[in-house]
Design a protein around this ligand. Structure first.
Ligand code: AMP
Ligand code: MG
Length: 437
């Protein structure tokens, strides 16, 4: 198929058109596609967003910086006290004996002492107060006793000059590159921007992702079920996963398995979004007419991924939009989203240094039966065991239609394609779903 539609309005550059050349690669077998290979192929075809917009930092949570941020100032701007106490010259303190100093003023946070400290003098200072010129250290108030004219400092209250003093620029230095373009903004980053006095920043515009469900058996919630019908749940999990990642989720409803309806839906979705995600209709038997249609509208490959759940997956582009055709089973939708789509969408949204979900290791508390040949993503519950280590057990029935297994799980146990049965007590790889599922 040739590119029948023009590039979508949101994608400034045409997508690479080499997808069809894949079949020439030696290790390309669409019917047995390793998980890692699929990830690598998808990554090759992703063109990140370049359009930007300016937002207030309060509206920047989860957004992606479009420019580097260079610190305009030192943070903190002055040497200041890390605690309530007395600003002193270290050299004034007697070795192994008390020292009495004369109080000449006070330094509050936001209200510095106007003068400087000479020999034998001290300034009462509070946390965040500017350390006056002449002083080099702060004695904490618990190591000193105020007198009528000053303070008596305990022997050994300081062991070296500079103690209890925060240095100008110790957090961020003027001229330093604080963040790089492509950095995601979370609470710490937003607070750091505020500490630099920056109120508006440039971020990539939000990725627009249109999605619809396919299937004659599907009924939208709010309508009674007839015999053999089921409620469309995939649109709601997809909406949730997209929204949580900060994308603009465009719900295109349920579409019947009718070629004309599907063509209309694909065209409308591709014209209005950067990415189109569908669920259902990519398994054997259903894929045939969808394939013909998508070959007409763009360029799509149908894979059988060597994984469980989530075997069928379609990937490519429809018009100017990237396309992910997820399987219909509710668990497969979530697993394929987290294993392939999440990473790809973050990349498209302008994020750099994206990793797949982080892996950690845990001890399996009950055996898992498995046939080698496919990577399995078993829904599981990770807990701390008595000695502080991590134990993991599956949620039970791993059927790809059992969505409650995703709800009860807090992680996937990832068993590689080469692995067979796994015994209790074995160390296994785990991907945490915290904050994602
Ligand atoms: P399919 O991939 O279209 O053959 O669908 C596989 C299974 O997932 C079938 O049992 C479908 O009924 C079910 N399914 C497909 N789409 C949805 C959906 N949107 N919500 C819930 N279940 C679905
Ligand atoms: Mg279907």
């Amino acid at each position: 198929g040739t590119l029948a539609m023009t590039t979508g309005p949101n994608l400034p550059t045409p997508l690479p058109t080499k997808l069809r050349e894949l079949s020439c690669a030696d290790d390309y077998d669409p019917n047995s596609m390793p998980v890692e290979r699929a990830r690598t192929i998808i990554r090759q075809f992703l063109t990140p967003i370049t359009a930007t917009e300016r937002v207030h930092i309060r509206a920047a949570l989860g957004r992606t910086l479009a420019t580097d941020i260079v610190s305009p100032i030192d943070v903190p701007g002055h040497d200041n006290s890390a605690m309530d106490g007395w600003a002193v010259r270290f050299a004034d303190l007697a070795r192994g004996a008390e020292t009495t100093l004369t109080r000449i003023g006070e330094s509050f946070a936001g209200k510095p002492f106007a003068g400087s400290i000479g020999a034998g003098e001290t300034v009462r200072i509070y946390t965040g107060g500017v350390v006056p010129p002449g002083a080099d250290s702060v004695v904490m108030q618990e190591r000193a006793t105020a007198t009528a004219t000053g303070v008596r400092i305990e022997a050994g209250a300081l062991s070296k000059a500079g103690q209890n003093r925060r240095f100008a620029g110790e957090d961020l230095k003027a001229g330093e590159t604080v963040f790089r373009a492509g950095q995601a903004l979370y609470p710490a980053e937003i607070g750091m921007l505020a500490s630099l006095g920056i109120n508006e920043i440039s971020v990539y515009r939000r990725l627009r992702v249109a999605f619809f469900s396919t299937g004659d058996e599907l009924v939208a919630i709010g309508t009674p079920l007839a015999a053999g019908q089921i409620y469309d749940s995939n649109r709601y999990t997809i909406h949730g996963m997209l929204t949580r990642l900060g994308f603009d989720a465009v719900d295109m409803g349920v579409v019947r398995d009718v070629p004309e309806d599907l063509e209309q839906a694909f065209k409308a979705a591709a014209a209005s979004a950067d990415v189109v995600i569908t669920s259902g209709g990519v398994s054997v038997g259903e894929a045939d007419f969808v394939k013909v249609l998508l070959d007409k509208l763009g360029e799509v490959v149908f894979w059988k991924i060597a994984m469980k759940p989530g075997r069928p997956l379609a990937y490519g582009r429809v018009g100017g939009a990237h396309f992910f055709g997820l399987p219909g089973n509710p668990v497969s939708v979530m697993v394929t989203f987290y294993q392939f789509v999440r990473e790809a969408l973050l990349h498209l949204a302008g994020r750099r240094d994206i990793e797949p979900l982080p892996m950690l290791r845990a001890t399996l508390s009950a055996p898992i039966r498995k046939v080698p040949g496919r990577t399995e993503f078993q829904r599981a519950i990770l807990t701390r065991d008595a000695d502080g280590g991590a134990s993991v057990r599956t949620t039970g029935d791993q059927g790809s239609g059992i969505l409650s297994s995703m709800s009860r799980a807090n992680c996937f146990v990832v068993l590689g394609a080469d692995v067979g049965n796994v015994d209790a007590g074995a160390s296994v790889e785990v991907q945490l779903l915290d904050g994602l599922n």
